[in-house]
Design a protein around this ligand. Sequence first.
Ligand code: NAD
Length: 462
Amino acid sequence: MEQTPATISDPTRTGTPGDIFTAALTRLDEAAKLVGVDDEILTRLRRPKRVVQATIPLRLDDGTLCCLPAYRVQHDDSRGPCKGGIRFHPAVDLAEVQALAFWMTFKCAVVGIPFGGGKGGVVVDPKRLSGAELERLSRGYARAMADVIGPTRDVPAPDVYTNAMIMGWMMDEYSECHRGREPAVITGKPIALGGSLGREDATGRGAYYCIKELENQRGWTPSTIRVAIQGFGNAGQHVARLLQADGYRIVAVSDSRGGVARLEGLDVPALIEKKLGGRSLATGYSSKSVCDCPHCGSSSCSCGGARDERLISNAELLELDVDLLIPAALEEQLTEENADRIRARTVVEVANGPTTPMADLILEKRGVQVVPDILANAGGVTVSYFEWAQNRAGLQWSEPEVHARLRETMTRAFGSVMDMSKRKRVPLRAAAYACGLTAISEAISASGTQSYFSPTRSRRET
Ligand code: NAD
């Protein structure tokens, strides 16, 4: 079997000024001021442990060959094997994957699961691929990374524009490379291949459990809480569904083609049905948008059927007069440019990195409470951990058991972050990073900090 070229290197870069990884590292400095850890630990965490860059040669159905850049970044494995999704998106770049891997290190630490941080991506527009092309690409990625991933090394999962079917193909290819079935190499798989019950909606459900904690604290009456959700994929759909079932008013949702708003509340199950109805069996991607007319199915409606939803742009959705804003799409959506116009009093970050550090400062000054990504969207990696644990033990837990364990994990993590926030009088994001950094530095120190970082220095000191 042909092996794709891959270079494995120890990177020296710690980010380029202005890139998203450099911005992500500012959170580390803030956390260090709060919990006071050894400088050597910070030096270690400013650099990913390993960066793998590969080129995946993809043979298209028409016979042409295209070469796709692919990445896997392992940020830190002090607390366990690296863990993090694989993204197929045209805007993927190394800085983004490094930032996403860094966030995973802290996310796993915040919820107390025994993993470090990793992330992967391929620069591709997967919606333009046929099912067979998508499968060849997925298998190509698994082959390119087969030497660096594995159940005790680095365990990938789905992220933007990857799904259970893709995880199944990758697990199968990895197993072929290693001449043995290895379900625990990847999570978010189809149930038939060792996927966990409850993984499909875990990210949205984890965010929902955080919102239930906020509801308790603030004494919210769900029917009075207006919610806008940007991004209506795996994460966005499930949080919308669960909140609406509890009576929350979902007044706006959007996807990559735009959004819809309705003050009295949208019919979330109908919107999900529309998205799923347009889903290709071969690729899993939906050709339908939430913007498509409920009557004629077209986004430039000409059927004359009165639609009772207003079409809005993604930018408008963020600035709507709502109580709760849930970014559930991509990074850097709340920025210095629009933070002054955000009217929601609470933001729950289901996407990774939707708020820039500058926007954070503006929102904080304006009294907007942000539940940070490394807490709010940690439900996905938590149930991924459950899946990995079940695969390694040869067990399958029931769905109610997965939900109960997830709720317990999310509620405990939410409580720890809230306590830290109150104790240190800092926003939830700084508190979450402080909790994460404490757990990571304990693991690094327990492994023998001085000899780990500097054998010459420890020789000098003894
Ligand atoms: P997905 O591929 O299922 O859905 C992505 C959604 O975002 C789609 O509705 C898409 O139309 C929309 N979108 C894409 N570009 C957009 C744009 N420019 N503006 C508005 N919407 C846009 O992906 P997902 O798994 O739901 O991931 C969404 C976010 O949640 C990402 O930031 C991801 O990293 C994060 N996340 C996902 C998981 C998980 O388990 N899936 C876990 C943790 C965090």
